[in-house]
Design a protein around this ligand. Structure first.
Ligand code: ZN
Length: 229
């Protein structure tokens, strides 16, 4: 098993903002000095600091991270915000968004405390998915099966409506990467734990994590006993 190197980070929610800002300034200086065609927006591999790398990486996001637009508008049984479809830019503070409001109160409280501390470092917790209706979860699973070609492979990414902690209001998918990186490292202080190694955005509440640390992560949801129901 790989172990993370000893952390050079300090207390909770230090997001190395000064370094990022410094890199921006340095890169901007290089671009200006060279008059370089970097200014032409060909989709290169370098992620601009401050940008969510998910918008730059060519790899498709797994279906556990739903698209930000509402799926299947106009289709039969169209899903909407009352199913937990998340409007663009929703945060953990958006009380009126069902995906946020229907999360368990303790999870929501922990998220908001962590988000407040992260905000002091200039980081906003975006909610990419939270509570979902059974219908929404079933739609995500259908799409995952179509995409991965089998129910077994889809199960690595999307739970059923019966087993999904999103449907029970116990899980939230957070972005962007700066938020999830910080939460992976410091979330246990708030009881917030990453559960799966293949889903760095997926967090749940583990009430004793502040004292004991977060439990060992599963490789993916198929390793999670809760999924075998
Ligand atoms: Zn999730």
């Amino acid at each position: 098993m790989t172990r993370p190197p000893p952390s050079a980070r300090t207390s909770a929610f230090r997001f190395r903002k000064p370094l990022v800002v410094g890199l921006v300034a340095i890169l901007a200086g290089i671009v200006v000095a060279l008059g370089h065609p970097l200014l032409n927006p060909s989709p290169g591999p370098a992620a601009g600091p401050g940008q969510d790398s998910s918008t730059l990486l060519p790899a498709p996001s797994p279906p556990d991270r739903p698209p930000s637009h509402a799926p299947h508008r106009g289709g039969r049984g169209a899903l909407d915000e009352t199913d937990g479809v998340v409007p663009d830019g929703a945060t953990v503070l958006d009380h009126e968004v069902s995906a946020v409001a229907n999360l368990h109160a303790e999870l929501l409280d922990a998220l908001r405390r962590a988000a407040q501390d992260a905000a002091d470092d200039g980081v906003t917790f975006t909610v990419n998915s939270g509570w979902r209706s059974r219908a929404y979860q079933e739609e995500l699973l259908r799409r995952a099966v179509a995409r991965y070609g089998s129910e077994a492979e889809a199960a690595r990414w999307v739970a059923t409506a019966t087993t999904s902690p999103h449907v029970s209001g116990d899980a939230v998918d957070i972005g962007p990467d700066r938020a999830t990186d910080g939460l992976s490292e410091h979330g246990s202080a708030y009881g917030l734990c990453r559960i799966y190694r293949n889903e760095p955005w997926h967090f749940e509440l583990r009430a004793d994590a502040a004292d004991r640390g977060c439990p060992r992560r599963y490789a993916d949801p198929t390793q999670d006993p809760r999924m075998r129901q």
